[in-house]
Design a protein around this ligand. Structure first.
Ligand code: SF4
Length: 310
């Protein structure tokens, strides 16, 4: 787990931050699967990074349980197609993305969740969001994955926002996934054009349609949809006083977590929103995570002393 993720968990619930250092629940939320798959696709050297991202979803779905109601297979298939097209839209035929190097300060290691732009003087991040607003932008700017990363590296950050729409019945309602096909000509549309759709165009989902990924992306461009659901936002470097306050706060919180021995109290009001917490079963059945209960021990903790890291 990276450092910003640990701090985000701590902000949500001290117990989540504490347990999240050492355990992962057997069931994994589809949004987390999608995030990991997109990261894998951006970092891979494979010739088809989109395919690799889709395969990553299927692998995670087969090795773990997806934390959803309804069909596991359909959910996996949908997210695999989504990961594939998102990575293809982000990377095209470009070089693999890279992470900045870990930072070591006074025995704490900052493991970045961001990517390093090819220039080497700017960070970048991919944000998968259901919808966009100014409030969401402010939230992301002030998040540990925004200002936290900027403060750690002293670099501005370009955030690429990918709108994946609301998830209903295991599927994201987004132009990356959903379109319309003409009943006779089999023409694909992602957005209605004036005078069209008088006939009985029917809804199509990419993972179950005959339209291939590149055609779908082309159609998103032709229908002027792509720029609505994939765009960039900049986070600049604040003045030195803000930078050092944020960096100091991050260090203080991580060090306090490092020294925590007892399981912190629960925060019941945040167990199920904005996404269900992975430890909700433990907390509401008054148990603790363990291998016996199916939890997966994780290592590579951000709080390991620097000399233990390679
Ligand atoms: S289930 Fe609730 S109390 Fe338990 S770790 Fe998660 S957020 Fe905290």
């Amino acid at each position: 787990m990276n450092s910003a993720e640990t701090l985000l968990n701590l902000d949500r619930c001290a117990r989540l931050g504490f347990w999240g250092q050492s355990w992962e629940a057997p069931a994994i939320h589809p949004n987390e699967v999608l995030r990991r798959a997109v990261d894998a696709g951006l970092l891979t050297e494979e010739s088809d990074p989109g395919q690799l991202a889709g395969d990553t979803v299927m692998t995670l779905a087969s090795e773990r349980t997806l934390d959803v109601e309804g069909s596991q297979y359909q959910c996996a298939l949908h997210h695999a197609a989504l990961a594939d097209i998102i990575v293809t839209a982000l990377r095209g035929n470009g070089e693999r993305w890279a992470r900045p190097t870990d930072l070591v300060t006074k025995g704490l290691t900052w493991v970045s969740s961001a990517f390093l732009a090819p220039s080497g003087v700017r960070l970048r991040r991919v944000l998968l969001a259901d919808r966009w607003s100014n409030e969401r932008f402010q939230s992301e700017v002030h998040s540990w994955k925004g200002l936290g990363e900027v403060a750690a590296y002293g670099m501005p950050l370009t955030m690429t926002v990918v709108l994946i729409g609301q998830r209903r019945d295991g599927r994201h309602h987004t132009p990356f996934s959903k379109g319309w096909a003409h009943p006779r000509s089999r023409t694909l549309r992602i957005r209605k054009r004036a005078g069209e759709f008088k006939e009985n165009w029917h809804e199509v989902w990419r993972e179950t349609s005959d339209f291939n990924r590149d055609h779908w992306l082309d159609q998103m461009r032709q229908d002027y949809v792509l720029n609505d659901v994939l765009f960039e936002k900049e986070i600049s470097v604040p003045d030195q006083a803000v930078l050092s306050k944020v960096a100091h706060l991050a260090e203080k919180k991580l060090r306090a977590l490092q020294q925590t021995q007892e399981t912190p109290d629960p925060n019941p009001s945040v167990c199920f929103w904005p996404v269900p917490c992975q430890f909700r079963k433990c907390c509401w059945e008054f148990t603790v995570p363990s291998e016996r209960a199916g939890f997966i021990p994780i290592n590579g903790l951000v709080l390991q002393p620097a000399q233990h890291r390679t």
